[in-house]
Write a protein of this length. Structure first.
Length: 148
């Protein structure tokens, strides 16, 4: 759990540095990380981009109601829209929600009205523009302590 927590904070940390931090032999740590990857617990090592520096400053969640008979086709069409970052089927008043990143409110409007809204089978949408965001790194070891 400590390995997962530390790698979540910084996946670029070197094995020797991480071994010192966790007080674990470097070769043991390396084999544990390899095992976690082989078992698919660690699915990938990645980077987080500062999208604001790329001019992407608007994020929104769009709730969508759709014709259930067209679920797969709608899903495939949504995947084609580059501004859509994730698609989730949900319970509640929407059938699905998508996360949209855009440069401006005008671009967001275009994505929602011209791209998402015109997909055949989409019945209605509701957009929630993110005003402020605080991301929190998961602390996997902490979860076990709380459960005890």
């Amino acid at each position: 759990m400590k390995i997962l927590t530390e790698l979540t904070r910084d996946a670029s940390i070197s094995v020797p540095r991480l071994s010192k931090k966790l007080d674990v032999n470097a070769s043991v740590l390396y084999s544990r990380i390899k095992r976690l990857s082989k078992r698919d617990l660690i699915q990938k090592f990645t980077v987080i981009i500062n999208e604001g520096m790329l001019g992407i400053s608007v994020r929104a969640i769009v709730g969508i109601n759709r014709d259930p008979k067209q679920k797969e086709r709608i899903h495939a069409e949504l995947l084609k829209i580059p501004e859509i970052r994730s698609i989730s089927e949900v319970t509640g008043r929407f059938d699905m929600v998508v996360t949209v990143n855009a440069r401006t409110l005008e671009e967001l409007h275009n994505v929602v009205i011209e791209l998402i809204g015109k997909i055949e089978g989409i019945q209605n949408t509701e957009t929630f523009v993110e005003m402020q965001r605080t991301d929190k790194d998961p602390a996997y070891g902490l979860q076990q302590q709380i459960l005890r």
